[in-house]
Design a binder for this molecule. Structure first.
Ligand SMILES: [Zn+2]
Length: 570
């Protein structure tokens, strides 16, 4: 047999979690056709000696809706082994949309996902009104596969206009939404997303429309997916256990999954220093749903949420009253107060000795000096404050404050309020039912780059920390995601499956530090993030990236099967 592509001699991690094995993968017509020891000819033979061969990763939490219009390969996701992206999360989407609602629909992305309105206006071409028309715009012009959720905000705006961000929907409006959702799923949407996060606003400060939905409206919309027996539901209601009671949230997700009979993906489980045991309650809650047979899955992240700060702009100490008071003073007063030994005693009590939970971890071994202002302190960069204190045999608070004072409060530090407790994060990631990945790819352009969740998971958590086998880690990034989102011909390396593949070096793979570039349309800035060790990705049997470079092909497809649904739709 002559293959289009023959990948020889790699170690195959097939996505199922079964032990990996040495073998070859034969690809033809965009599909894996044979796996094992293969000797056929091929138009291209790829030597995968020493590399892991895995199904391409599926980034299920992105906000690439707009970016895909001008960046069909979805940088930086494609550099991390991602071959399929799922936009339309958190209730946000670009369709359906009438011409008069365009600015409001774009406005939902601006505050929630920190995307500049001028950029969105310039790049969103509005060649569509309905959801299927939006998918048609993407079709044939994609490097990565795209499977889209239909966002509740756009749907509500479409049916209710401006009143969508003011009030509950009437029964007849809910009926209209259900009809349009049904058409959207029929037209290729892979599910529905909704968002009741109480802090999520439009650009003009009004609530995003999905926040005004009653539980009934959400359940009714979920029932459409149940009727069709298709699609998944992504939901965020804010920070569980903080903005709403954890049990209340988990119970509602369960009701939604029971009413619809469809998988619910809820946001999210993380470790928080302010509520250090909350993640355990959330894990237990998720386990309880699943043990009843209810398909309700939490998502989680393999990354730290870092705060970079100097003592000129620090917000990390805002839970500690004396610190907070001083942080609001002008530079001169602040400097004087921070030198005062009496005041330092209070600061030390609050930031070291006090045991009450706060957003600041009090873990000075996790507060890193990232950038010194003075040349003479450069050798301290990368060290934690605790480490410096140990080296100098001094008190941590004295070391921290004296360094900052010496540098005119310009010393840059980094710490994290979320996911900073590694034991807790390991436990969350290790849970067999947490979905790993919350990249928010395409969002928070200049604040945060989460593209590298998969390479971080593989490099840091699996290779260095050894929290699970590579087989199990790959299962979590591929087959598990494909199954929960209904992408049934992806996520496994088996004959007949789509040939979405990633070849990487397990000894080398990891994420790089984000870097700021000016490559957006109009020269706007954004953070990108590259990876090490990802040698190649194939999308539908064609090589998309090789050593981090785009090959120029656009083999991506819009996933979500229109035709099969036509046969079963009412
Ligand atoms: Zn999101």
């Amino acid at each position: 047999m002559t293959f289009d592509v023959l990948i020889k001699g790699g170690r195959i991690y097939d996505g199922s979690g079964l032990p990996s094995y040495l073998g070859d993968v034969g690809v033809s017509g965009g599909r894996v056709v044979e796996v094992g020891r293969l000797n056929g000819n091929a138009r291209r033979t790829i030597n995968a000696d020493g590399l892991a061969v895995a199904p391409g990763f599926i980034d299920f939490h992105t906000h690439l809706d707009a970016q895909l219009l001008w960046d069909p390969i979805a940088t930086s996701s494609c550099w991390h082994g991602v071959t399929t992206v799922i936009p339309g999360n958190c209730g946000l989407a670009l369709a359906p949309c009438r011409p008069e609602d365009r600015e409001n629909v774009l406005g939902t992305f601006v505050r929630v996902e920190a995307m500049p309105l001028p950029l969105l206006k310039e790049t969103v071409s509005w060649e569509w009104t309905t959801f299927p028309e939006y998918l048609d715009r993407l079709r044939g012009r994609l490097g990565v596969n795209t499977a889209s959720l239909m966002g509740h905000c756009a749907l509500r705006q479409f049916v209710m206009g401006e009143e969508s961000s003011e009030r509950a929907a009437t029964d007849s409006e809910i009926e209209q939404m259900k009809r349009i959702l049904r058409e959207g799923i029929g037209g290729g949407a892979i599910g529905f997303s909704t968002n009741q996060n109480p802090v999520h606003m439009r650009a003009d400060g009004r609530p995003i429309p999905s926040r005004l939905a009653t539980d009934d409206e959400i359940l009714e919309l979920g029932s459409v997916l149940g009727e069709l027996n298709r699609g998944s539901i992504q939901i965020s209601q804010g920070t569980l256990g903080i903005s709403i009671p954890a049990e209340q949230g988990i119970q509602f997700f369960e009701r939604l999954a029971v009413r619809s009979g469809r998988p619910v993906i809820w946001q999210s489980i993380a470790h928080r220093w302010s509520h250090p045991d909350l993640y355990l309650r959330l894990l237990e809650g998720a386990q309880a749903s699943l043990s009843k047979g209810v398909p309700s899955y939490p998502l989680c992240n393999a990354r730290l949420f870092n705060n970079r700060f100097t003592l000129n702009n620090a917000q990390v100490f805002d839970d500690l009253p004396s610190w907070k008071e001083i942080m609001f003073k002008g530079r001169d007063v602040k400097t004087e107060l921070l030198r005062d030994p009496q005041i330092r005693r209070r600061l030390r009590y609050e930031a070291v000795e006090d045991k009450r939970p706060s957003r600041f971890s009090r873990r000075w071994d996790l507060v890193y000096l990232i950038k010194s202002a003075l040349e003479k302190n450069r050798h301290l960069e990368g060290k934690s404050v605790a480490e410096i204190a140990r080296m100098q045999q001094r008190d941590v608070i004295d070391v921290f404050l004296d360094l900052s004072l010496e540098e005119g409060l310009e010393t840059e530090f980094q710490t994290s309020s979320t996911n900073g407790d590694e034991e807790a994060v390991a436990e969350i990631l290790r849970s067999p039912f947490t979905l790993v990945g919350q990249s928010d790819a395409g969002a928070h352009l200049i604040y945060d780059a989460g593209y590298g969740y998969a390479t971080r998971f593989l490099g840091y958590w699996i290779r260095e920390r050894k929290i699970m086998s590579l087989e199990e880690g790959i299962r979590k990034l591929t087959f598990m995601v494909a199954s929960i989102f209904g992408l049934h011909d992806r996520g496994l390396i088996r004959p007949g499956m789509a040939a979405d593949l990633v070849l990487f070096d397990p000894q080398e793979v990891r994420e790089c530090e984000p870097e700021m570039v000016n490559d957006l349309p109009g020269g706007e800035r954004r953070l990108i993030q590259k990876a090490l060790g990802v040698k190649m990705t194939l999308v539908n049997g064609e090589v998309l990236t090789e050593n981090g470079e785009h090959t120029g092909t656009l083999p991506g497809q819009v996933l979500g099967n229109r035709k099969r649904l036509d046969a079963i739709a009412p």
